[in-house]
Every structure is written in C-alpha cells, then in structure tokens.
Design a protein around this ligand. Sequence first.
Ligand code: NAP
Length: 163
Amino acid sequence: MLIATGVLSYPDAGPERSLRDLDPARLARAFAVNAIGPALLFKHFAPLLSRYERSVAATLSARVGSIGDNRLGGWHGYRASKAALNQLVRTASVELSRTRPGCVCVAVHPGTVDTPLSAPFAKAGLAVRPPAEAAARLLDLTDRLAPADTGRFLDVDGREILW
Ligand SMILES: NC(=O)c1ccc[n+]([C@@H]2O[C@H](COP(=O)([O-])OP(=O)(O)OC[C@H]3O[C@@H](n4cnc5c(N)ncnc54)[C@H](OP(=O)(O)O)[C@@H]3O)[C@@H](O)[C@H]2O)c1
C-alpha cells in the first residue's frame, strides 16, 4: 500500500507565509487531505494487508512536516497537517506491528519532485527529480526495508528524519 495524496496550494490560495494568513477553512482543508484522508485509507486498506507475510504501507509525507527540523517557519497548514500525518502513521505502525508483524509501515519524504505540487516553488539550485525517477527510488527504498524498520520517518535514501 502506497499513499501518495497530498495538497500544498489551492486554486484560490498558496500555502500560508505568515500567521496573518491563517484561515480556518484553509487549515481544515490541509488536514482533511494530508492527514484525515490517509488515516481513512489506513482504516479501510490495512485489513487487506497480509497477516503473516511481509507487506509495506508507505505514506508520502514531507520533510517540512518535521517539527525538530523546522527552522524556516511558514507553510503552517502543510507543516502541521504533515506532522499530524506522521503521528497517524506512527500510531498505525504500532497497531500493525501487533496484528501484522510482517508489515513495514513508514512515512517517507520523496525529495523534491517535479509535479504540480512543487512547480510554483521551483528555485534554482534545488535538486528536483522527475516523477518517474522519484517513484523508482521510492520503490527501491521500500524493497529494502524490513519489518524492523516499521514506524520510521525516512527520506528516500533511507536516512532518518527528525519527527
Ligand atoms: N512534489 C514534491 O516535491 C513533494 C515533496 C515532499 C512531499 N511530497 C508529497 O508527495 C505526495 C505526492 O505529491 P505530488 O508531488 O505527486 O503532488 P501532485 O502531483 O499534486 O499529486 C497530489 C495527489 O493528491 C491527490 N489529491 C489532492 N487533493 C485531493 C483530494 N481533495 N482528494 C483526493 N485526492 C487528492 C491528487 O489527486 P488528483 O490527481 O485526482 O487531483 C494527486 O493524486 C504528497 O503527499 C506530497 O505532500 C511531494
């Protein structure tokens, strides 16, 4: 299972740059798509994972969802909803390790990928990968992970990211 939904900007607004931009409806939208949607995918698809064989439940999170790594601020709703997503993935991993001990349940930062989500924020000097390459690296990572890795927050090279 690979969960790849997410939203950063909306047709009527980009991510918040400052506290001044906070808006309840926009915050709720970020949480609905980035955290609640994936949580419901876990609810409905986790029962389909094998009880005994190795399985993978990888969710695309984002490094900016890291609280420990947050030095720039901004993007309040995206950061906070990805942090909530990380907690939901971690909580799911604890439960799945009991009911499906072969499951590898992780949150993964895919790197910066050339998609409609990142396009408005492209800047010179940033390593941006084509989607096909990013997907191949992601699958390479998930192939290498073992059940002992469950519950981790990793970049696509398998390096730990601070929660
Ligand atoms: N691109 C990057 O540089 C980057 C960096 C870090 C993390 N990520 C994460 O990687 C994941 C994939 O992003 P992406 O770059 O591939 O972005 P994308 O091309 O914009 O894809 C986002 C996906 O989320 C779905 N989605 C958005 N709003 C939805 C809604 N309300 N209901 C159901 N589905 C919805 C979209 O479905 P439709 O196609 O039907 O609209 C699309 O499949 C996201 O979780 C993102 O946060 C991306």
